[in-house]
Design a protein around this ligand. Structure first.
Ligand code: HEC
Length: 116
């Protein structure tokens, strides 16, 4: 009985780990193109067409350089996407993606990391 429980624990740990690695940067890239590129730029340089209309000092972050104020790890990055800038003490110009599923947010995060 004890062995069965241990096996189950190991199996579920493996499942959790593999799903954490299964974030799909390609899918994230499609969402990024639709939802982020207009501000953060196609390649993440912070130079999307909308960025030009945002005053100096309030510009979208250069995602290639990082140097994030809040999104310093994946969990906080996800929270930023769920709550938007206003929800985590950043600019309200950074919009929430609250309509997306958590897996989609993981995919976007994987894509953004690939820009560096
Ligand atoms: C309307 C323009 C706009 C859109 C669209 C947008 N952002 Fe932003 N983003 C901003 C601005 C402006 C900031 C700077 C916020 C600040 O410094 O207070 C920002 C900041 C960030 C940061 C840095 C956060 C930190 O902790 O410093 C990340 C990461 C980020 N955005 C990712 C994304 C992703 C991923 C998407 C698409 C899902 C996205 N943004 C869509 C404007 C935008």
């Amino acid at each position: 009985m004890k062995t069965k429980i241990t096996l189950l624990a190991v199996a579920s740990a493996l499942l959790t780990t593999s799903s954490a690695f299964a974030a799909d940067a390609a899918k994230g890239g499609q969402l990024y193109a639709q939802r982020c590129a207009m501000c953060h730029g196609e390649k993440g340089a912070g130079d999307g067409p909308v960025a030009a209309t945002i005053p100096e000092g309030m510009k979208p972050r250069n995602l290639k350089e990082g140097g994030y104020k809040y999104a310093t790890d994946d969990a906080k990055f996800k929270e930023l996407l769920q709550k938007g800038g206003a929800g985590v003490g950043l600019s309200p110009l950074m919009p929430a993606q609250s309509d997306l599923k958590p897996a989609d947010l993981d995919n976007i995060i994987a894509f953004v990391k690939s820009l560096k």
